[in-house]
Design a protein around this ligand. Structure first.
Ligand code: GDP
Length: 547
């Protein structure tokens, strides 16, 4: 009889947990977090603007960066960047597309900021590589791809500027394969180029999308013709159609068919042709990212790996940026959520300091503005106001002790000593350098003996940025001078006595960095080698993970 009795509905804790787990899993599944990489001038900014157009996040092209259009820029760019027309800072934008939440992370293209770029790429699940089809693979493309390869990041390729005279598309694919050592799977194929650019043929869908110039086509809807044998096509483009058929046959025969598994493991890249400035082929890229690119995946931490759909919130800081909004003069720590659900006002543990913090004024980066975040899930980037206590690589959790790994600092190759014109500004200098050091804008070493501070950088432009920021943000007129230091190594050892002796004996060349790690500053390659030989109980590291 009990079979027929109506079940008593009761909400148990496990029901609630079940619902919340399903909600988190669902939110994770619709996240896509990708970085956009390219050699300067390939069209990254233009493409970013067009991607944002789809979400309705911006109405007009030209709002991402004001430097060419003269319109007001959405994000604040430093003077030095405006002067040089390069992206010094990288930024984060979030928008929705086809019921997915897309987090787009811009990366500085200039090689002098490669360290920043590397760390931004640790926070993404896939990357969009933009190539100028007139130029092909360029120096910075190679470096950025190497960085992606360290984590086997899946890459979607966009061949840009087909409205111009470009190189032969087959040759471009060859170059990608041989120089970047990545398998190419063309998904669309261009019909003509420059003045004779007619559109692209979609190899998987067997349809032709007809090109039409025009900058402000927000929806990216272009006329579609079904089938490569469509008689209408032969009528419209009698000259190009034979060439297309020949090339398509070649491509089918000679290139790799798209393979999702190979894409996801980072060995193959789907290739799209188009023209960012005409918003042509851009929607296809967004679709590829939504359909093919991975959502958030498991992340390595000390102790264990963390699954994105776990109930408890975790995340790590991969970037700190100062004064994004000159009116606020604040610093923002960019945190990638790795698991669980972030809710406004929640208390989390700042694991390096072992301190609980309440996250009440956290911001997200909706494409056109900074907005208050109510909730966030794995893959999302949230901005934490930072009053000088967060560092790149810091992990946060609801209490569990773990630190996300794989966010390195690289030993600098370039060194300067700092002098100030006004000795009364010493305190400001130290404060400024401490903060800039924590941000990763430059590496700051304070020798155990002597009063000079030594700055280390990977690229020389970093020094210019630091000098200009010291002046503008801290009122310090600093002079950077050549240094006798030629390389740096972080030093560690289980042998405390050796470490202490090392500090005492080599005090002028032993220094602490901004995060309090011990480093050796070598004056030459020979000097470094000899020192290593003389101190066999110490280990010398060319990179360091977050403490
Ligand atoms: P970034 O340095 O990679 O961000 O490149 P930008 O987006 O600033 O573009 C560099 C230049 O290429 C600008 O003058 C753009 O107007 C131009 N550009 C971008 N996309 C296209 C395109 O599809 N066709 C043509 N002809 N020019 C483009």
């Amino acid at each position: 009889d009990t079979d027929t009795a109506a079940p008593i509905l009761e909400t148990t804790d496990s029901d609630v947990a079940g619902k919340s787990a399903a909600l988190i899993a669902n939110e994770v599944a619709r996240r896509r977090t990708f970085g956009i990489i390219s050699h300067p001038d390939a069209g990254k900014t233009t493409l970013t603007e067009k991607l944002l157009l789809f979400s309705g996040a911006i109405q007009l092209a030209g709002t991402v960066k004001g430097r060419k259009s003269g319109r007001h820029a959405t994000s604040d760019w430093m003077d030095i960047e405006k002067q040089r027309g390069i992206s010094v800072a990288s930024s984060v934008m979030q928008f929705e597309f086809r019921d997915h939440v897309i987090n787009l992370l811009d990366t500085p293209g200039h090689q002098d900021f490669s360290e920043d770029t590397y760390r931004v790429l640790t926070a993404v699940d896939s990357a969009l590589m933009v190539i100028d089809a007139a130029k092909g693979v360029e120096a910075q493309t190679i470096k950025l791809l190497d960085v992606c390869r360290m984590r086997n990041t899946p890459i979607v390729t966009f061949m840009n500027k087909l409205d111009r005279e470009t190189r032969d598309p087959l040759e471009l694919l060859d170059e990608l394969e041989s120089v970047l050592k990545i398998e190419c799977a063309p998904v669309t194929w261009p019909i003509g180029m420059g003045k004779n650019f007619r559109g692209v043929y979609h190899l998987l869908k067997d349809e032709i999308m007809l090109f039409k110039a025009g900058e402000e086509k927000a929806d990216g809807a272009f006329e579609i013709l079904k089938g490569i044998d469509n008689p209408k096509l032969a009528e419209m483009f009698p000259l190009e159609i034979e060439q297309l058929k020949m090339e398509v046959e070649l491509v089918h025969g000679a290139s790799h068919p798209f393979d999702l598994e190979r894409f996801l493991s980072g060995v193959q890249t789907p290739v799209f042709f188009g023209s960012a400035i005409n918003n042509f082929g851009v929607r296809e890229i967004l679709s590829a990212l939504v359909d093919w690119a991975p959502g958030p995946r498991e992340r390595d931490a000390t102790v264990r790996a963390v699954e994105p759909s776990e109930a408890k919130f975790t995340g790590f800081v991969f970037k700190i940026q100062a004064n994004m909004d000159p009116a606020h003069r604040d610093r923002i720590a960019f945190l990638r959520v790795c698991s669980g659900r972030f809710e406004k006002g929640m208390k989390v543990k700042h694991l390096r300091l072992g301190r609980e913090v309440k996250l009440s004024s956290v911001v997200t980066f909706m494409a056109s503005s900074r907005e208050q975040v109510e909730e966030a899930y794995a893959g999302d980037i949230i901005g934490l106001p930072n009053h000088g206590n967060m560092q790149i690589g810091d992990s946060f959790s609801e209490g569990e002790m773990l630190t996300f790994t794989g966010i390195p600092y690289f030993a600098p190759d370039l060194f300067r000593t700092v002098r100030i014109r006004n000795p009364l500004k010493m305190k400001q200098l130290h404060k400024g350098l401490q903060q800039l050091g924590e941000e990763g804008a430059v590496q700051v070493f304070k020798p155990v003996l002597g009063s000079d501070l030594i700055l280390g950088a990977v690229g020389v432009l970093q020094f210019e940025v630091v000098a200009s920021r010291l002046l503008n943000e801290y009122g310090v007129d600093a002079v950077f001078e050549g240094s006798s230091i030629s390389s740096a190594r972080w030093v560690s050892s289980d042998d405390k006595k050796s470490l202490a002796d090392f500090e005492v004996q080599l005090g002028h060349n032993v220094a602490y960095d901004a995060a309090g790690n011990l480093a050796y500053l070598a004056t030459s390659g020979v000097n470094l080698r000899l020192t290593q030989e003389r101190w066999p109980k110490l280990t010398f590291h060319a990179t360091r993970e977050h403490a």
